[in-house]
Write a protein of this length. Structure first.
Lengths: 213, 233
């Protein structure tokens, strides 16, 4: 146990942790910037929304290691390659939830808003997005947890992050380094899961919280 | 013109090719087919073991509600541990050596949350009137479980099996890092040898296997839910 703490105290550790968080956060932001606008664009066309959900469902089946591995021949070793693959990995859950959330807003509510003279963009920003927000955020949470976990695999294509420790420990046969990497990644994932869960609950309006029960 | 074409041909020879079909043809029976078989074996055994654990646990949790929150908490924590980390923790345990065993243990651990949740949701979805009617007909508690609740819960349970299977086919690729075999072996060997053909073959086949399993189990799910099909029609 003492030797694990020693590894965590190494000067290189904070750098690996930082890269891991950076990689995950950037990938998540890119995915949100792609998936949410697409879902908004197709929100009023049933065919578009269904298509987005189906594409998302197939995308979710793609193994994370396969995505990272496929980035390698095209973009080479390094941070950028890993970032692109992780962003691609994070898109499907957000796309599915954003499309579903926007589609399931009560049409009666939207009609009423239009009847009150709200423009299309006002309907979007004041009615559709606030009502769909908890569902969209649930998708973001799923993606965040998945990205933090999969960023561990970035090490295989030279992307850095905490996976480097696991690989180093494995190659040297050093259990302390191996466990230091594994445990820190596990803790980071659990923090992400619980942290985003908390934000999700805070984001859900009181009225909807009762409705969900 | 002829010169230009010759030059182009030279250039294309110098470029490292993404896919060398010759390699695929030569190694098809030796490397690729066993990798697919190994992958299916790992995934199938893991889902089968996980199901054998999840069915009784889920049935108990549906009956005795108090044990459900702790069960989802523990399996939820297991589920959120990244696979490479869980593999590493497992092989650090004395007595567990690298190979298929730690991979299967981890894959089972990942399936538990999904499967138990769906078993409970499936049993919950059975209408109370139906169970009342069964009881009125004189069925015992055990008969109600096996003849009424489980058959009606089956589509939801199969939905869980589908999500678990797709998840596991994906994670199993990473198991090759600790010598679990399967399609991930092609990916890792390809990365180590700097040979894109192997990487792409492994990645594409793993993706295809996951999507195929998804579609097959989705078909089964729809088939088991004839009432839903009829309603939609």
């Amino acid at each position: 146990m003492g030797s694990i703490l020693e590894v965590l105290g190494r000067p290189g550790f904070s750098q690996l942790l930082l890269t891991h968080v950076e990689l995950s956060a950037l990938a998540l932001i890119i995915a949100i910037l792609i998936a949410v606008p697409v879902a908004i664009a197709v929100r009023n066309t049933p065919i578009g929304a269904t298509l987005a959900i189906n594409v998302g469902n197939i995308g979710r089946a793609v193994p994370s290691l396969a995505l990272l591995a496929l980035a390698l021949p095209f973009f080479g070793f390094g941070f950028t390659s890993a970032l692109l693959a992780l962003a691609a990995l994070a898109i499907p859950p957000i796309l599915i939830n954003a499309s579903t959330g926007l589609r399931e807003v009560d049409p009666g509510v939207i009609d009423a808003a239009r009847g009150m003279g709200l423009s299309e963009s006002q309907v979007l920003s004041r009615i559709q997005l606030p009502i769909a927000a908890p569902v969209i955020f649930a998708g973001i949470r799923t993606s965040a947890v998945q990205v933090v976990a999969s960023a561990t695999l970035a090490t295989f294509i030279g992307g850095g992050g905490l996976g480097d420790l696991i690989v180093e420990g494995f190659q040297r046969g050093d259990t302390a380094i191996l466990l230091a990497g594994a445990l820190s990644v596990a803790v980071l994932s659990i923090i992400t899961e619980l942290g985003f869960g908390g934000i999700e609950r805070a984001l859900t309006p009181k009225g909807l919280r009762i409705a969900q029960k | 013109m002829g010169e230009a074409l010759a030059l182009l041909q030279d250039l294309s020879l110098e470029e490292p090719r993404l896919i060398e079909w010759d390699w695929i043809a030569e190694n098809f029976w030796e490397d690729i087919v066993p990798a697919i078989q190994g992958h299916i074996y790992l995934s199938f055994v893991s889902v089968a073991i996980a199901l054998a654990i999840s069915l009784p646990v889920g049935i108990l949790a549906a009956r005795y509600r108090k044990i459900y929150p702790p069960v989802t908490f523990v399996t939820g924590i297991l589920y959120s541990i990244p696979s490479l980390a869980l593999f590493s923790i497992l092989i650090s345990v004395p007595g567990i050596v690298i190979g298929a065993t730690p991979v299967i243990i981890a894959l089972v651990a990942y399936s538990l949350l999904i499967l138990i949740r769906n078993v409970v949701a499936g049993i919950d979805s059975v209408p109370a009137e139906t169970i009342d009617a069964a009881r009125g007909m004189g069925l015992t508690q055990g008969q109600i479980l096996f003849r009424v609740e489980l058959p009606l819960a089956l589509p939801v349970i199969v939905a869980g099996i589908r999500i678990a299977t797709v998840t596991i086919i994906g994670i199993a690729t990473i198991g090759a890092y600790i010598s679990g075999g399967g399609l991930g072996k092609l990916i890792f060997d390809g990365i180590n040898r700097n040979f894109p053909t192997m990487v792409i073959t492994g990645a594409v086949l793993a993706t295809a296997l996951a999507i195929l399993a998804d579609l097959l189990l989705l078909g089964l799910e729809r088939y088991l839910r004839p009432w839903a099909r009829r309603r939609r029609a």
